[in-house]
Design a protein around this ligand. Structure first.
Ligand SMILES: O=c1nc[nH]c2c1ncn2[C@H]1C[C@H](O)[C@@H](COP(=O)(O)OP(=O)(O)OP(=O)(O)O)O1
Ligand SMILES: [Mg+2]
Length: 199
């Protein structure tokens, strides 16, 4: 089986990539497999900048082609927060539960018809000695009043997708892959990268 390196330490993200890439014949390797000692600081101010930082650092270190994902949740009523700070929204120590609590707290004041949000995913494809290429995907949804579902990761339990009448945490991995920001970004990548084409 062909192997593909995803420069992430997030196991939930890695599962999303497996649901997307295994049907295309790829085995997903993450930093836990190939470079557990490396930590790339996300000092960029945009998803794109951080995706490039992660992809190029790991590609350089491993002398291999890698894909990095920088992603997050943008809530309209909160002027795009938590955005690029999604992973650290409630503090420097990454914690999905307290991040969700902070969002829910801020959304209490917001009327139901203004709870629109989107997930955004920027992928950077880096190879040593080659220009890094960027792909992007989004997914539109609504922030719920409370958590629903126990699948997925991050903000999935409070992100409702009208098309499926479910939160992302209530979706099977294949369902999430078919509509998610990450799925849409991979499908963009597939259009330009021969061999990485899917549906
Ligand atoms: O499909 C998703 N479902 C739910 N939440 C999501 C999703 N996609 C991104 N998110 C949230 C999680 C985290 O709070 C932030 C990503 O931050 P981000 O820096 O890209 O990832 P990370 O630090 O968890 O792992 P890593 O940098 O090693 O890839 O956005
Ligand atoms: Mg990160």
């Amino acid at each position: 089986m062909k192997e593909i390196i995803i420069a992430t330490k997030n196991k939930g993200k890695a599962k999303d990539f497996e649901a997307l890439l295994e049907p295309m014949g790829y085995k997903v390797l993450t930093l836990h497999d190939v470079a557990p000692h490396i930590d790339v600081e996300e000092t960029g101010e945009t998803f794109e900048a951080n995706a490039i930082l992660k992809a190029e650092a790991i590609a350089q270190e491993l002398q291999a082609t890698v894909i990095a994902d920088d992603s997050g949740l943008e809530i309209e009523a909160l002027d795009g927060e938590p955005g690029v700070y999604s992973a650290r929204y409630s503090g420097d120590e990454k914690n999905d539960e307290s991040n969700i609590d902070k969002v829910l707290q801020k959304m209490v004041q917001v009327p139901d018809d203004e709870k629109t949000a989107r997930f955004r995913c920027v992928l950077a494809l880096a190879s040593p000695g080659q220009e890094t290429i960027i792909f992007e995907g989004t997914c539109e949804g609504l922030i719920t009043d409370e958590r629903k579902g126990d699948k997925g990761f991050g903000y999935d339990p409070i992100f409702y997708v009208p098309e499926f009448e479910k939160t992302m945490a209530e979706m099977e991995p294949e369902e999430k892959a078919s509509v998610s920001h990450r799925g849409n970004a991979i499908r963009e990548l597939g259009k330009t990268m021969p061999g990485l084409s899917g549906n």
